[in-house]
Design a protein around this ligand. Structure first.
Ligand code: M6R
Length: 369
């Protein structure tokens, strides 16, 4: 049933092109209308939204952190992202014009469910992104967009993350369209990029082998750090989470700009630092800032493992290891930059002799608070 793979996680990583394609399928017309699965929200409700909170746990929270960049950019609606376990205990300001987007693969995560209920008590509208039909979270929400990732067996979330990103992008585009902010041709351009994503993911996975070799090289390091900016920052957090949960290694993700405010002190001779580099196209400033952060950590002895866009020659001389990903516009880049980090974590865990699918102390679905 593992389809020839040693672990479900590796199978699920390989399934990502299909999962992304399935989540897009039939969802969005060129004019930007998305088909939500269960909608008890009118276009007028969506036009009235003046604030968005994205609420989730773990990997789903990281997809929300990425979504914030896209949603605010496309819709100009203020958007905050919060851990479900924090959200409901801090008396957030909510009302009928607040849209809560809850994200959950399982649809049963207790913290997320309790946050949802709290939001509904305050009369906020709730839109769920979920992978499990008929689970509790979508049942209690006002509207649902299902991800079509298929069953995810491994405890570590992979294809759920990518499909959650796709769902968030669709919602962002839809909100922008309903509110008349983006015009059809702009929406169509992003949709076109999304449709190219399964092909790009296939290409990326077909040449992932060097990541396996890298995993063998760094498997005994005491610490692995991840840095990124903009949407690369949540990717850094996600890469570190994967490594913690699977390899039981000390791993931390940072906003690259924060390095000199403390974390750079962690860097020792040979410390692997995985650097997520944004596309040099369009947002050149962001790209150049990350490249100078790479130089900073390298000057302190780090082993720089650079994830950059194909054709980006500027990073070659600062990279001890270089992993190229297909060219992708910045906002959509997490769909490709996350994949090598998933493979890296799974391979390090396997090389250290751990159960990749069932890491210690963890459950697939956390149904207690
Ligand atoms: O089912 P959910 O998406 O609500 O689960 C949320 C987290 O428990 C989950 O993403 C967890 O962080 C994963 N094990 C990460 O790989």
């Amino acid at each position: 049933e593992k389809g020839g793979y040693d672990w479900f996680m590796l199978k699920e990583i390989e399934e990502q092109p299909q999962a992304v394609a399935d989540t897009l399928l039939g969802r969005l017309t060129d004019s930007g209308e998305i088909m939500l699965d269960e909608v008890r929200l009118s276009d007028q409700d969506l036009r009235d939204v003046d604030k968005i909170f994205i609420v989730a746990c773990g990997t789903a929270y990281h997809s929300g952190l990425v979504a914030k960049y896209a949603i605010e950019h496309w819709t100009r609606i203020p958007c905050e992202v919060e851990l479900a376990s924090e959200f409901r205990y801090r008396d957030p300001v909510l009302d009928r014009s607040t849209l809560i987007v809850v994200i959950s693969q399982s649809g049963e995560t207790m913290d997320t469910l309790m946050a949802l209920r709290h939001a509904k008590e305050q009369k906020a509208r709730v839109l769920a992104i979920c992978n499990t039909n008929g689970s509790t979270i979508p049942r209690e929400s006002d509207a649902v967009l299902y991800t079509h990732g298929g069953p995810e067996i491994a405890v570590a979330s992979t294809k759920a993350f990518l499909t959650q990103l796709v769902a968030c992008y669709l919602i962002g585009l839809h909100l922008a369209q309903v509110r008349g902010i983006k015009f059809a041709d702009e929406v169509a351009a992003v949709v076109d990029q999304l449709h190219q994503m399964p092909g790009k993911l296939r290409e990326l996975l077909s040449r992932i082998e060097p990541v396996r070799e890298l995993a063998r090289q760094i498997k005994s390091e005491p610490t692995v750090l991840f840095i990124g900016r903009h949407v690369g920052y949540p990717v850094a957090l996600e890469g570190a989470l994967k490594l913690k949960e699977l390899a039981y290694m000390h791993a931390e993700g940072f906003a690259a700009g924060e390095l000199k405010h403390g974390p750079i002190a962690l860097i020792d001779k040979g410390t692997p630092v995985i650097c997520i580099v944004p596309s040099p196209v369009g947002r050149g400033v962001l790209h150049d800032k990350v490249v100078s952060n790479i130089q900073e950590v390298r000057a302190r002895g780090a082993r720089t493992i650079v994830i950059a866009e194909e054709g980006d020659e500027s990073v070659v001389r600062y990279a001890d290891d270089l992993i190229y990903v297909p060219r992708t516009p910045t906002l959509l880049a997490p769909l490709v930059t996350t994949v090598p980090l998933q493979v890296l974590a799974a391979e390090i865990a396997a090389a250290r002799g751990h159960d990749v699918d069932q890491p210690r102390n963890l459950a697939k679905s956390v149904t207690v608070e």
